[in-house]
Write a protein that binds this ligand. Structure first.
Ligand code: SAH
Ligand code: SF4
Length: 373
């Protein structure tokens, strides 16, 4: 049978991708096509009450209410930053809260979604990592971030307005360490019965869990972002401790393999967080350009976003520009991620949520000033 997420015995239909939803209906002796009907109510109309599903017979609605539920996260806070970035703090089961962020940009609206409560990987420049790790999110909790965010816009004309056109798995957590639930949630993002977002506009970002990346191509064809941040193992070992297990050459090989398995010619996005005096010098840019020659990619530079526990500094605008110019001249499409939403702590690496750290890592870091959340 299908998963329930611990709250009670009811199956939470919110997190079931198409096949699992069909199986649910088969298991209760109903026809498969009910899956499509119910998925549309849940994901396209934001419904969480079976009674609202008017094309489902009354007796079946009553039966569904007995066996199943549609339980999304509770929105605790809905904040809009001066630049239009919107942040929701959402409460998950067991009282943990996580954050999802929407970055509007012209016609495009990119939702940044979390995959775990905290992160176990402890990258040296990441605020999420410093807070330690609590647990994986269920598929319902992952897709629930998109579901709940869209509900705050309802009702809207889905044929015209699309508040969310893109999803990036770049919130809290390492998505490839929560593989099955992330894949199920991304399936729903792309499913026409649910959100119908193109595979090019759903992006999974990883710090380099190589075995999972090797498996990924067998189950999905979403777009890929690689958090590289350094062009040699010595420096990357320091910034991304996971590199000691899966060094750069393995990571780039897995990246190339993933891309070559896609049916279209797509590039990976190489994410590179720039930290002053650490990885932002011209020689670093040249080393990066040499390293990536065989990788179909574009490069996204992210000037470091400071947070209280960290000593790193953001490079000057000139240093960022110089770094970008070297990569452009070497033939790479290189963009700089503008910092959005930092007045509401919604910028990259600032998403923290509130949760109990099971790793006790957070005790090792003493905030310089108290965080306002
Ligand atoms: N765990 C995944 C996805 C979440 S992090 C990963 O690491 O890819 C999303 C992106 O934000 C990553 O590229 C990460 O390196 C970057 N990031 C983390 N902390 C940051 C900070 N303080 N400033 C700028 N970027 C940061
Ligand atoms: Fe985890 Fe990604 Fe932060 Fe590293 S950068 S600690 S992998 S969330």
């Amino acid at each position: 049978m299908t998963e329930s997420d611990g709250h009670n015995d009811k199956v939470n239909l919110l997190g079931l991708p198409r096949q699992k939803m069909e199986q649910f209906f088969v298991d209760i002796g109903e026809k498969k096509f009910r899956a499509g009907q119910v998925m549309k109510w849940i994901h396209q109309y934001g419904v969480d009450d079976f009674e609202a599903m008017t094309n489902v017979s009354k007796p079946l609605r009553a039966r569904l209410a007995e066996l199943a539920e549609i339980r999304g996260p509770e929105v605790l806070l809905d904040e809009v930053s001066q630049d239009g970035t919107r942040k929701w703090v959402m409460r998950m089961a067991e009282g943990n809260s996580i954050e999802a962020v929407l970055i509007p940009d012209g016609e495009r609206g990119t939702l940044c979604v979390s995959s775990q409560v905290g992160c176990s990987l402890d990258c040296s420049f990441c605020s999420t990592g410093k807070r330690g790790f609590n647990r994986n999110l269920s598929s319902a909790e992952i897709i629930g971030q998109l579901w709940a965010a869209l509900r705050t816009f309802m009702p809207f004309d889905r044929t015209k307005e699309r508040p969310v056109t893109n999803v990036v798995m770049m919130g809290m957590g390492e998505p490839l360490l929560n593989f099955d639930n992330v894949v199920d949630a991304m399936d729903l993002m792309m499913d026409d019965w649910a959100y119908g977002i193109s595979k090019r506009r759903v992006t999974v970002s990883t710090s380099g869990v190589v075995p999972a990346l090797e498996k990924l191509g067998e189950v999905t064809d979403v777009s890929l972002a690689i958090s590289l941040h350094a062009a040699n193992d010595e420096l990357r070992n320091e910034l991304v401790p996971l590199n000691r297990k899966y060094p750069i050459d393995q990571l780039l090989r897995a990246t190339r393999n993933y891309l070559s398995g896609l049916s279209d010619r797509r590039r990976a996005t190489i994410e590179y967080t720039l930290m002053e005096g650490v990885n932002d010098q011209p020689e670093h840019a040249r080393e990066l350009a040499d390293l990536l020659v065989d990788v179909p990619c574009k490069i996204n530079l992210i000037p470091f976003n400071p947070f209280p526990e960290s000593d790193y500094r953001r490079p000057s605008g000139n240093a960022v520009k110089r770094f970008q110019d070297i990569l452009n001249q070497a033939g790479y499409i290189t963009t700089v991620r503008t910092t959005r939403g930092d007045d509401i702590d919604a910028a990259c690496g600032q998403l923290v949520g509130q949760f109990e750290d099971r790793t006790r890592r957070s005790q090792r870091y003493i905030p310089v000033h108290q965080e306002v959340s």
